[in-house]
Structure formats: structure tokens, C-alpha cells
Design a protein around this ligand. Sequence first.
Ligand code: RIB
Length: 306
Amino acid sequence: MSVIVFGSINMDLVARTARIPAPGETIVGQSFETVPGGKGANQAVAAARLGLPTEMVGRVGSDSFGERLRQGLMASHVGCAAVSTDTTHSGVALIAVDDASENSIIIVPGANGEVGKPDIERLECLLPQAQVLLLQLEVPLSAVIAAAKAAKQAGVTVILDPAPAPADLPAELYPLIDIITPNQVEAGQLVGFEVHDLATAEQAGAVLQQRGIGTVVVKLGKQGAVCMSQGEIFERPAFPVKAIDTVAAGDCFNGGLAAGLAAGMSLRAALRQAAAAAAISVTRAGAQPSLPTRAELDRFLAEVGA
Ligand code: RIB
């Protein structure tokens, strides 16, 4: 049982600030840190910390960030044999987190933008040992489609986190996805109407299923998640916690879901694990530093009596 994550690896340049500046405005921040991140790498670390053998496929740059990002993945026991070093700079994310724990993010893809055919070949070598492939949209869409095709052919479950929110997805991608996990903004963007509660999430799920995806999980933050699968619709309530930083909460959810499914859990049990892991992550600062270990997750579930 193992998880493969095909996607982005970024260094997050994080400023904490009382509020996000308005266009044209300069404000003084409270603190600055460089923190390993990137949606793909965060999801890989989330799954690996929960104890699942996890492999990362992607690229870092030939700069000091690249080496630190690779070391960070390896320290969390993420396999990096398929992480190559590109001649360009590592992907970076400029992140502002305000006092209300809201964030704004600018991504400069760097090496992530070069992901392509050689990375698909590395992925194909890993697929025979995998149960689940996790994809996001911070590497070129053509590579995402090729990765999904390869996984489908190998009989591996494909989970797509459609983030950052796409303007649209090509029709050929939908039937290649087993599970899609948009947040409300991403779901709204995909279906063309606003998604803001359980009812609109269900409507969005129905549209995405009509396009060929078996299971839709719409993440609604504090409102939990709604799941549509095999004719069933059910809610997964969020665990109530005091959030200080929501960066990577969605990644943690996806990593927890993939780890659960690869370990043979039912969809409901894997979603519970995903929700609990995400709840822990929002109580801590930063992307990868916020992701819980198996022991921390078990302790949390014992404490909340779930
Ligand atoms: O989902 C959070 C991540 O988005 C950050 O770690 C940042 O790198 C961006 O990719």
C-alpha cells in the first residue's frame, strides 16, 4: 500500500501581518519565515506523517531552496527518487497571513512549471506499487492529464485536488478522476455558480458527477465537507478547533484522505481521518510544519472522543 503525489514543491515566503494590504498599499508586517510548502509536497508530507509509504514526483530548482525542500521531504520519510533538480529556480509562494488567519498567496512556479514527460516516465515506474495517486494543479495541466491517464491504465485510484482554482478543466480529464476534492471556491469555478453551503455543494457535486467523476468531496472549511459517491450523499462535519493559520489545511485533508484509502479504510473513515488531520493543521503555523503525525492524530481523536 502506498501513495504517490505528482505535483508542486514550493518554498513558502510567509509574512504575518495584521491585515492583507490593499492594492497599491505598503504595510509593515509582524514576522517573516521561509517554510517548505507547495500543494504537492504538502500532500506528500501529510500522507507520509500518517505512516503511509509515500513517493513524490516533481522538480525542485538548482538553488539553496531546492536542497532544503528535498531534505525536508526526506526528513518526513517521503521518497524522493523521482524528485529531479531543474536548471531553473525552485517554485516559490509569497504568502501573507493576517490576524484573522486568512491568507493570500502568489505562486511563481519555477521548476514546477517544467514538469513534463520525464516526470511521467518516473511516475510510470512507481505506479505498480501504488494504490492512490494524488494530483493538484500547480504543475502544467498537460502533465496532470498524462499522469491521470497513466494511473488509470495501471488501475491506481486518482484523486484530483483542483487547486489553485482552474478557469476550466478539459473534458478528457473528468473520466480519469476517481475522486475530486474542490473547496467551495474551486467547486464554484468548475461548475459556474456560487457554492457556499451544503445545498449548493450538493448541486455542484451532481454537475461534476455528470461530467464523469465517481466521487465528489466538496470541502467547506468550518462547515465540514459534503461527499457524493455511488448514489449516496453524506456530510463530514469539521472538528471544531481555534484556527490560527489555514495554509495547507486543504493539502492536509487530501493527504489524510489518500493515506486512509491506501491503507484500506472505507471512504467515510478516510474522510474522518482527513478532517481530523486538517483540524490539527489549522491550529499551527506554516505549511509542512503544521501537518500532524500518526501519534498526534490518534491523540487528537482520543481527546475529542471520536
Ligand atoms: O496549499 C498551500 C500551498 O499553496 C502553500 O504551501 C504554497 O506553497 C501554495 O502552493
